[in-house]
Ligand binder design. Structure first.
Ligand code: NAP
Ligand code: F7E
Length: 329
């Protein structure tokens, strides 16, 4: 029997790696779009970490290069497209607003156009984000909550979100958005606050550092585990009708409390090591996010499986090993 084919943009990122593993376990042939890098040896480090690098087929392409996307879709002919590629770091989006708009916003239009022209029968997942809620208009955010983006990243994601809906309504394509709240893992980029904290805890515990410099400790996020969240992406694309879904744990925690959990996992007190540095603050902040995932629970049967405490322990333990072994990730 021929395997179902999936194409993942952003396959080298955190979610791309976990999604590849899930799809391979579910019997898919997994293809990915990879942009050219001068550090090619590091590009697949997450896929290697999860033991799936040899089972994925990679294609050279870039979200900003429409012809590369057309060529890849034409040769792969995927049944499912997961569009995860983005300039995804919010803080950088103020330093590179045009690039963020080009990749995270217009890049999605390129993917949608390529799909419309080459494989209109495919199913398309767009990685929308809780950042679009920004200055929240309701204390708990659902699919019905209005958006109020607070960064160039969020504004670009909001454009992409509506383009995905527009292609569904204009051309009757199977396209949908997963509005995912923050999700983390040992494969999270080191610049994001959770991984910065768990890496910092490991370095302090091993005597390689004596402080951790952070920005706004009062910001609150609804943090889940990437491994659970990629399952929701897949479940969305298995529904008869395309629709948009919020994916969240329904619990919100401050950066300060995340620090407390991470330090206490190795028997240390966060207050003894965490320093606040104004340089890590943002021009405008998203103070609090808390998602209502009832629609995903009711219609997809999806539920977050990993608790925050379990995830923090997994991340700190992984960073202790990595720091000891001088591994780069
Ligand atoms: P990530 O680790 O930053 O991965 C981003 C991926 O996009 C990487 O594979 C990167 O490739 C690729 N990429 C960047 N620019 C590209 C371009 N011009 N052309 C092709 N590929 C490009 O992000 P993630 O955490 O896995 O998140 C996956 C998606 O979900 C992103 O769209 C993100 O914005 C969105 N999202 C994430 C969260 C979260 O909490 N993680 C929440 C909501 C939404 P390189 O390896 O070459 O850099
Ligand atoms: O910041 C505060 C910071 O960079 C979280 C992306 O995946 O999730 C992510 O965006 C909070 C913010 O993630 C530091 O000010 C304090 O309030 O880990 P972050 P993010 O901006 O929430 C959404 C859903 C996405 O879609 C994005 O792609 O933590 N914070 N001190 C800090 N943040 C960082 N990075 N570094 C600090 O030192």
């Amino acid at each position: 029997m021929t395997k179902k084919r999936a194409l993942i943009t952003g396959i080298t990122g955190q979610d791309g790696a976990y999604l590849s593993k899930l799809l391979i376990e579910n019997g898919y042939e997994v293809h990915g779009v990879v942009r050219r890098s001068a550090s090619a040896d590091l590009v697949c480090s997450r896929l290697i970490w999860l033991g799936v690098a040899d089972e994925t087929v990679l294609h050279d392409g870039d979200l900003t290069d429409l012809s590369s996307l057309i060529r890849i879709l034409d040769s792969v002919k995927p049944a499912e497209i997961y569009n995860l590629a983005a300039q995804s770091f919010v803080k950088s989006s103020w330093q590179q607003p045009y690039l963020t708009g080009l990749v995270t916003g217009l890049g999605v239009t390129n993917m949608l156009e390529a799909m419309r022209l080459v494989c209109p029968e495919a199913r398309f997942y767009q990685a929308s984000s809780s950042e679009m809620y920004g200055q929240v208009q309701e204390p708990i955010q659902s699919e019905k909550t209005s958006f109020y983006p607070r960064s160039p990243y969020a504004a670009a994601k909001l454009y992409a979100h509506w383009m995905t809906i527009n292609y569904r309504e204009s051309f009757n394509l199977y396209t949908l958005n997963g509005i995912l709240f923050n999700h983390e893992s040992p494969l999270r980029g080191i610049e994001f606050v959770t991984r910065k904290i768990t890496d910092g805890v490991a370095r302090i515990k091993l005597g390689l550092s004596d402080e951790l410099s952070l920005g706004n400790l009062e910001a609150k996020r609804d943090w889940g585990h990437a491994r659970d969240y990629v399952k929701a992406m897949w479940m969305m694309l298995q529904q008869d009708q395309p629709d948009d879904y919020v994916v969240a744990t329904q619990r919100t925690t401050t950066v300060r409390d995340f620090c407390t959990l991470a330090f206490s996992h190795v028997g240390l007190k966060a207050d003894d090591y965490v320093r606040v540095d104004k340089r890590h603050f943002r021009p405008s902040e998203v103070d609090v996010l808390l998602g209502d995932a009832s629609k995903a629970h009711d219609k997809l049967g999806w539920k977050a499986e990993t608790t925050l405490e379990e995830m923090v322990a997994e991340m700190v333990d992984a960073d202790l090993v990595r720091v000891q072994q001088k591994e780069h990730l």
